[in-house]
Ligand binder design. Structure first.
Ligand code: SUG
Length: 443
């Protein structure tokens, strides 16, 4: 028996809006606004509680050490915390914001995961993403790797690789650009790797916004995970989609088991891609395609409909867990209602959830989670303290209420007391999550 376990990134106490991600429309349009770290974290926790309440398996991934003053020291800033923070802000406010970013909340970018049913050595493989495209995100992989190795520590069952070399050629953003199709979670699947640019043919590319995932990175991960080449498909995102704000594939497509929900303008060659996926798949795929006449790519980006999670419920039916924003887009909402009402696809119901604080930085429900398909034995080998229970829920709620600021603006980021309070909070958190000495400041 295999389950999909969703590990959501716990939203850290420094969540803010700094406009750091070019090509991410929400991040750019909310830059400089006031955030609420407390609301954000409580929304994220409410989402986990909701998913667990549906009878699904849920886990938690820790936030990162932020602010990361070690990075500022590496970049030549010296003195006490107050001086380092002030000097960095004077030198480059975006650098200061980067070392405070709570961006690791978007766990879909933590790693690419292949379940044991797909790998030659029958282990679950993880490759932490190098996140080479954006400076603030490139600060995540070291701690992410360490956290994954602490959580999936049983080397007989799990392999956590090193991130790929952190350079443009191997730019990798993790599971946000990876989909898996299978008759059911535990059966061998077909893994679809989606890239923005092919290093071998860089002439076909975007005009406006950067591409984030390279084909070379996808190929390396497929090799590392020891996937059967016959059951791997590589597909290129449509450059126009990236230019319209589709910075990750999970902004325009998603999947669960044999269901594939996507927009007709998501991929460069959608027809041949579906044929390539269907070929080796041991069941019929179920494509659910949104057409341009249903709604535009722009409406997909502003509603984040494709950043929904499609989940298999304990009774075998499927539910679409969508962001609240979908309801505010008439045409997108109508499309969702049509999908639900259509008996020919397995999606039977929709649930809307509020993750607005994350959404304002371009992170919907699916961005916040890393899917890990595991057998019962594999699940039993996971560090139990990160698995979501009522008790963990209560402890995390109390911890958030105690430590998190109600609001945060960019001018707060030079405050050394806030920096200290955040580290005190994280020190307590590693006790709650059973991840001793996770953070550099604890070692
Ligand atoms: O990498 N936003 C993230 C959002 C990631 C969403 N993840 C997925 N689609 N899977 C990003 O662009 C914004 C930070 C800021 O501007 O303050 C940011 O990093």
């Amino acid at each position: 028996m295999a389950h999909e376990v969703n590990f959501d990134g716990l939203i850290g106490p420094t969540h803010n809006y700094a406009g750091l991600s070019r090509g991410n429309v929400a991040s750019a349009s909310n830059a400089g606004g006031a955030s609420s770290p407390k609301q954000a974290a409580l929304q994220g926790l409410a989402k986990m509680r909701f998913m667990a309440g549906l009878g699904l398996k849920q886990g938690v991934l820790p936030p990162q050490q932020r602010p990361d003053l070690g990075v500022l020291r590496r970049l030549g800033f010296t003195g006490d915390d107050q001086k380092i923070l002030r000097d960095a802000e004077e030198a480059d406010p975006t650098l200061l914001a980067a070392v405070w970013s709570a961006s690791s909340m978007w766990a879909a970018n933590a790693a690419t995961v292949s379940p044991s049913a797909d790998t030659a050595d029958a282990k679950v493989h993880f490759t932490p993403a190098n996140l080479a495209s954006n400076f603030h995100r490139s600060l995540e992989p070291a701690t992410t790797t360490r956290a994954l190795r602490m959580i999936f520590a049983d080397e007989r069952r799990f392999t956590v690789h090193d991130p790929l070399p952190c350079q443009a050629r191997y730019s990798d953003e993790g599971a946000a650009n990876h989909m898996r199709f299978a008759p059911e979670h535990g059966k061998p699947g077909v893994e679809l790797f989606v890239y923005g640019i092919d290093g071998h043919d860089p002439t076909i590319t975007t005009r406006r916004f950067p591409t984030r995932q390279t084909r070379a990175a996808c190929e390396a991960i497929a090799r590392l995970h020891r996937l059967d080449p016959e059951r791997v498909v590589f597909a290129r995102q449509h450059p126009d989609a990236i230019d319209a704000g589709v910075f990750h594939n999970d902004v325009i497509a998603t999947s669960n088991a044999n269901v594939f929900l996507f927009h007709e303008q998501a991929f460069a060659t959608p027809r041949s891609m579906i044929t390539d996926v269907a070929g080796p798949l041991d069941c019929r795929p179920h494509p659910v395609e949104a057409r341009g006449v249903d709604f535009s790519i722009r409406e997909a980006v502003s509603s984040y409909i494709f950043n929904s999670q499609i989940v298999t419920m304990p009774d075998g039916s499927m539910t679409l867990v969508a962001p609240e924003e979908v309801r505010e887009h008439k045409r997108v909402h109508a499309f969702v209602d049509r999908v639900i009402d259509d008996p020919s696809n397995p999606i039977a119901r929709v649930e809307y959830i509020d993750v607005r604080e994350s959404m304002r930085n371009g992170g919907g429900p699916a961005c916040l989670r890393l899917r890990v398909v595991m057998t019962d034995e594999e699940l039993a080998a996971v560090n139990r303290s990160v698995l979501f229970t009522d008790d963990l829920d209560r402890r995390l709620t109390a911890w958030i209420e105690k430590h998190y600021p109600d609001t945060l603006t960019l001018k707060d980021l030079t405050d050394p007391r806030l920096a200290r309070n955040c580290l005190d909070a994280l020190d307590e958190l590693t006790g709650i999550l059973g991840l001793p000495d996770l953070y550099p400041f604890q070692r």
